[in-house]
Structure formats: C-alpha cells, structure tokens
Design a protein around this ligand. Structure first.
Ligand SMILES: Cc1ncc(C[n+]2csc(CCOP(=O)(O)OP(=O)(O)O)c2C)c(N)n1
Ligand SMILES: [Mg+2]
Length: 329
C-alpha cells in the first residue's frame, strides 16, 4: 500500500523528496557508466551492481540521523552515495585511484568513510553482522545515542554470523536495525532453495525480535517503515529486523551468465523499477513536473561524466602507500 501524500508531507519536505529522486538516478547512472568502464578493463576485481535496488538504501539512509552508523555487504556503491560520499570519490575508488574513498585500495566492494559514518563495504557474506553488533555494543557501553543500520542480503541470513549476531544483539538489547534486502537470489541460488523459510522476517522470531516486511521498490514506503523502526530502536526497545522485497536487474556480478532465472522474470520486475515508481509518484502528486525531472536527469549525466574524468585523470596509489591504512593508529 502506498503512503498517502499527507503522511509523506509530514515525513519529508519537497526539497528532500526531490533529493531522493536525485540520489536514485545518480546511483543508476554511476553504475551504468561503471559497467562500461569495467567492460573496457578500467575497473579490476569483482563488481556487483545495485541497479533495481536503489530505493532500499535511498529510503533507508534518508531516515537516519548523522550519528547513525551504516554498514553493508559488497553491493555498496549506492549505499556509499546515499551516505554522502561524493560521486568523484566513488568513481575514483572503482578505478582503483588514490583519490578514491578508500584511497584506491578497496575497490568496488570496500567503499568506506567513517567521517560519513559509513563503515563499509564487506566482501565476506555475513561477516559484517558481528561487526555491526560490536559497533552497537560500543555505542551502548559509551551511552551514545546512535543506531547501527546493518544491511545484508537474503543469502547472508543462512550463515552462522547472522544467527550469532541477532542472538547477541537481542541478549544485550543492542541498538541495531537489521535490514535484509531480499532480492530473491544469493548468486544463482533462490531463497526457496537455500532458506527453510521464504520470509526472512520470520527468522526474527527465533530471537524474540520484532520484525517487519515491506516493498523495497517504493522509496517512500521504505523511508516510512525505516523511520518508524529507527526511532523505535533509538528509544531503547532493542534490535529490530526489517525485510525489504527487491530485485537486482543485472547479474550477481559482472559476467554472470544468469542461467538461474528467466528473462521474463527480469522483465516483470523491471515494470516495478523504483525510479519509474517514484517518478510517477512525484509527477502525479504534483511535487515535480516531468520536465523538472528530465532536467535533473540531464544534470546527473553531466555530474557522472565529470566524475569519470576526475577518476581517469587521478593518480594510482604509490608503492609507499601500500602498507598505509592497514592497521588503525
Ligand atoms: C562466507 C562467504 N561464502 C561465500 C561467498 C561467495 N558469495 C559471494 S556473494 C554470495 C551470495 C550472497 O547473496 P546475498 O546475501 O543474498 O546478497 P546479494 O548478492 O543478493 O546482494 C556468495 C555466496 C562469500 N563471499 N563469502
Ligand atoms: Mg540476495
């Protein structure tokens, strides 16, 4: 069910609503351009695109306070942008340049910036969940009012880390907002084949934790449920699990032959393109004209091209930089 314009009005002003559109389009164009650069051999390592899932992190992160921490898995370019990492730094990181957000040594899967309260970008499935739990434990111990927002895929919920982290978070009543992005697949394996229950939210019962499930293709809906849940966690009610239904329009990573799904399925989900849904919402509710959104799209293209130029003309990390940033001082 769509939230009514009145509810939205209370949650967010017009400028902020347009900013959500800007961020989603920016993520989409950065990744489309990133895919081209990858095919030209300018990006090394693995790269996982977020195309189709933009509404999840956009709606979610718009609901956080600046002191709330965000941590995610390797599908992290969009999350980095939503956390406020400039697009130049994201693009430069993709190209492994010294000007990148992780100084060119993290690459696609390891974007991070503690100044923006974005704690990465983690490649090992599920391994960042205990880290999230540890950050929340530290905040609780130090009596800081922060919420940790931990995002992960459906596949990660079949891993031991998930169960250990949720258990301890509940035992210690930690301020963590667990967010599962259920895009139906973990690489080529569907949820039905890998998980004993098809609703991930149901797994919260094992830890006596409240949970919710919502449409992850509708950015305003995501924002609405995220806001409610973050406020609840901050009020001291302990951890919460949110499941957001979404879909990745591209393969698992670059070069995925996609033998595990039919093109008709992809096409069906593309009808629920989060950018299309939000475009309709903004124009139908007269928050923006189609022309204003077209102008924004054009500005985003220019912004992305400038970022590509910045990244391509940036220096590589030097040999002397190789051992920097390995350990915290
Ligand atoms: C511990 C571990 N096992 C296996 C892998 C290989 N692997 C990389 S991504 C992935 C699928 C994870 O799926 P999901 O959590 O649903 O995230 P999504 O890719 O759908 O965003 C697997 C099995 C890994 N990186 N780490
Ligand atoms: Mg998945």
């Amino acid at each position: 069910m769509k939230p009514s314009p009145e509810i939205i009005g209370e949650l967010m002003n017009k400028k902020d609503q347009l900013e959500l559109y800007h961020q989603m389009v920016l993520i989409r164009r950065v990744e489309e351009r990133g895919a081209e650069l990858y095919q030209q051999g300018k990006i090394g390592g693995f790269m996982h695109l977020y195309i189709g899932q933009e509404a999840v992190s956009t709606g979610l992160i718009a609901a956080r306070q600046p002191n709330d921490r965000v941590i995610t898995a390797y599908r992290d370019h969009g999350v980095a942008i939503n956390c406020g990492i400039p697009v130049n730094k994201v693009m430069a990181e993709l190209l492994g340049k010294a000007t990148g957000t992780s100084h060119g040594k993290g690459g696609s899967m390891h974007m991070a910036d503690p100044q923006k309260n974005f704690w990465g970008g983690h490649a090992i499935v599920g391994a960042h969940l205990p880290i999230a739990m540890g950050m929340a434990l530290g905040d609780k111990y130090a009596k800081r009012d922060n919420v940790t927002i931990c995002m992960f895929g459906d596949g990660a919920t079949n891993i031991g880390f998930f169960h250990e982290a949720l258990n301890m978070a509940k035992v210690w009543s930690l301020p963590v907002r667990w967010v599962c992005e259920n895009n139906i697949y973990g690489m080529g394996t569907s949820v039905d084949r890998a998980s004993a229950v098809s609703s991930i939210a149901q797994k919260a019962c094992g830890y006596d934790m409240p949970s919710d499930r919502a449409d992850g293709m509708d950015v305003m809906k995501v924002h609405e449920v995220a806001k409610k849940a973050i406020d609840e966690v901050r009020s001291g009610k302990g951890p919460y699990l949110l499941e957001l239904d979404t879909y990745r329009f591209r393969g698992h990573s670059m070069g995925d032959p996609e033998r595990y799904r039919k093109q008709e399925e992809v096409k069906k989900w593309e009808e629920s393109d989060p950018i299309g849904i939000y475009h309709r919402y903004l124009t139908e509710n007269k928050i923006a004209t189609a022309k204003a959104l077209d102008d924004m799209d054009a500005e985003v293209l220019t912004e992305v091209e400038r970022a590509v130029e910045f990244a391509e003309t940036s220096p590589e990390p030097t040999m002397e930089d190789l051992y920097k940033d390995v350990y915290a001082d």
